[in-house]
Design a protein around this ligand. Sequence first.
Ligand SMILES: [Zn+2]
Length: 126
Amino acid sequence: MTTSVQIKQEILEAILKNAASLHPREMMLLLRGKTKKDQITITDLIVPPFATHGKGFASFQPHMLPMDFSIVGMVHSHPSGIAKPSLQDLHHSFGRIIMIVAYPYQSDQNVSVFDRSGEKLVLKVT
Ligand SMILES: [Zn+2]
């Protein structure tokens, strides 16, 4: 069974707003949530410590994070508009899922979720 990811509309909107406000810089947030078998539910957004906006994804240092097993993954924006993870994204992933919000950050149509191997997951907005 493939993993499906659930997110509330209001959290999704917060992500899209955040991405739009930082555009053309890249934004990055941690996703906190609950995992139940193949179902991941995103419950909160966390601003990662030491995140430097605008310097790209590679500047993120996962080892600087506090140990928190409720972190299910990360979301970052692709100002390029391409909603696919780069190799660098997959290598720097943290948690189980990689969420990408692509320009123009309008709706869930601009949001994609992947697992750490780059497999696309189903996103359900509730
Ligand atoms: Zn990326």
